[in-house]
Design a protein around this ligand. Structure first.
Ligand code: GKR
Ligand code: MG
Length: 429
């Protein structure tokens, strides 16, 4: 068996995305993703996926060029190869940004986000070579299916006038009734039993009313609200107080560890994050301060599936819960999330996923939700297969784009509808 990497292919794609609202603005009609393929000398191909914005692609290209001749078993060596690749320091040097939707942007986090796609591709190829599923390569699954939550978004029915793109049939959701209706469709279509509402869009009282309406429509079901740090400490405490009886947790109500710690100290509602703990460097301060009770791992920015397991072990040691964050992603990443989540014993919260919002994919068969769960594949590797025609057509869209959509920019998308829009400074309320 020859496990040497003979070829690496990178395919940036643009994927249809509905007009989902968040505190920064609205999703663009198409969102960038990067598909990574690693082929061994024996002709076995493994696939991975990560964020597709230009800065990720710019790092992925030189990294890909250095991987031929290495072995797919050498995933621990990937970060060092990425370190050796020159990064455009002007783009992401040091801690440049604590806002946005994904926490701090650092050169290290960028490298790990890129490495993760190569790690997943290598594990997929290795699994195929050995006839083993990826979860077996991670030590084996401890559950046969992974539970996901319905990711509810305030949204418009369609992208603003003049934007030519795919439209879906979900309709608008801009008030409590619309949110409840969306949740009903999620349960009917996918069987989800827990719900997360993306907040930070409307004044907090309106979002409190939406969560209350959900609690009435789905009594006893786990509910979460995530305003991506849009609130001040007093606002977060007020929301926590008003929703204490129905919230499973409040996600990133405020920005940064000190503010999260202040809120955590004064409420009994658990706080979750995918913004203030996004790297191993951030753990000590946050856990010491008791700032978070649940870390939402994202295998992309934590550096892959093995790093996610290391994070889960650290969380376990500190008595902090762990679950999973999501950003617009395709079926390759959903499969990767499902494999790693199946191996973490202490996963006590349904994972996030945007996948139901993504009507397009690059796979021959879409992973399915049944009763809100995805069955853990036991086929070799990730258990997914690339559809080359679809990959080609989504790549063609990326090639045809003049650059406007190659980098996700929710504020720019909002300006199409509201030319005066600027991403609000935080805290907004
Ligand atoms: O897709 O609008 C979105 C989300 O706001 C996403 O960008 C966040 O990263 O889902 C994420 C979150 O939980 O914060
Ligand atoms: Mg979040």
């Amino acid at each position: 068996m020859n496990l040497t990497i003979a070829d690496v292919r990178l395919t940036p794609v643009l994927v249809a995305d509905p007009p989902l609202l968040n505190t920064q603005g609205v999703h663009q009609p198409y969102t960038p993703r990067l598909i990574v393929e690693v082929e061994t000398a024996d002709g076995i191909t493994g696939v991975g996926e990560t964020y597709g914005d230009t800065k990720y692609l710019e790092l992925a290209r030189p990294l890909a060029a250095r991987l031929t001749g290495r072995r797919i078993t050498d995933t621990n060596g990937l970060p060092a190869v990425a370190d050796a690749v020159a990064v455009d320091a002007s783009r992401v040097s040091g801690r440049v940004d604590v806002g946005g939707l994904r926490g701090v942007q650092t050169a290290d986090k960028l490298r790990l986000s890129v490495v993760s796609a190569f790690e997943v591709a290598c594990l997929d190829a290795l699994g195929k070579a050995l006839g083993l599923p990826v979860h077996a390569l991670l030590g084996g699954k401890v559950r046969d299916a992974v539970e996901y939550s319905a990711y509810l978004f305030y949204r418009w029915a369609a992208h603003p006038d003049g934007v030519a793109c795919e439209q879906d049939d979900w309709g608008a959701a801009v008030d409590p009734a619309g949110v409840v209706e969306q949740a009903r469709r999620f349960t009917e279509r996918y069987g989800f039993t827990s719900f997360k509402l993306k907040g930070g869009v409307f004044p907090p009282d309106e979002e409190i009313a939406a969560v209350r309406a959900l609690a009435e429509a789905f009594p006893g079901h786990p509910l979460r609200l995530d305003p991506n740090g849009a609130w001040s400490v007093p606002t977060a405490l007020r929301v926590a107080d008003e929703l204490a009886d129905v919230l499973e947790y409040l996600e990133d109500p405020v920005l940064g560890t000190p503010a999260m710690a202040e809120v955590a100290a004064r409420t009994g509602v658990p706080l979750a994050t995918n913004m203030c703990v996004t790297t191993f460097d951030e753990i000590k301060e946050a856990f010491t301060a008791g700032a978070v009770q649940v870390v939402l791992s994202d295998h992309h920015y934590w550096g892959g599936l093995r790093a996610t397991r290391r994070l889960a072990a650290v969380c376990h040691a500190f008595g902090v819960g762990v679950s999973m964050h999501s950003n617009t992603h395709l079926g390759i990443s959903l499969a990767a999330m499902t494999h790693v989540a199946s191996t973490v014993p202490g996963l006590h919260h349904a994972c996030d996923t945007h996948y139901p919002w993504q009507s397009e994919d690059v796979l021959t068969e879409r992973p399915a939700f049944d009763g809100g769960k995805v069955t853990v594949p036991d086929l070799p590797g990730l258990g997914v297969e690339l559809d080359r025609d679809r990959l080609r057509s989504l790549h063609r869209r990326w090639l045809d784009d003049d650059g406007a959509l190659r980098d996700r920019d929710d504020a720019a998308a909002m300006r199409v509808a509201d030319p005066g829009w600027a991403a609000p400074s935080v805290p907004r309320w």
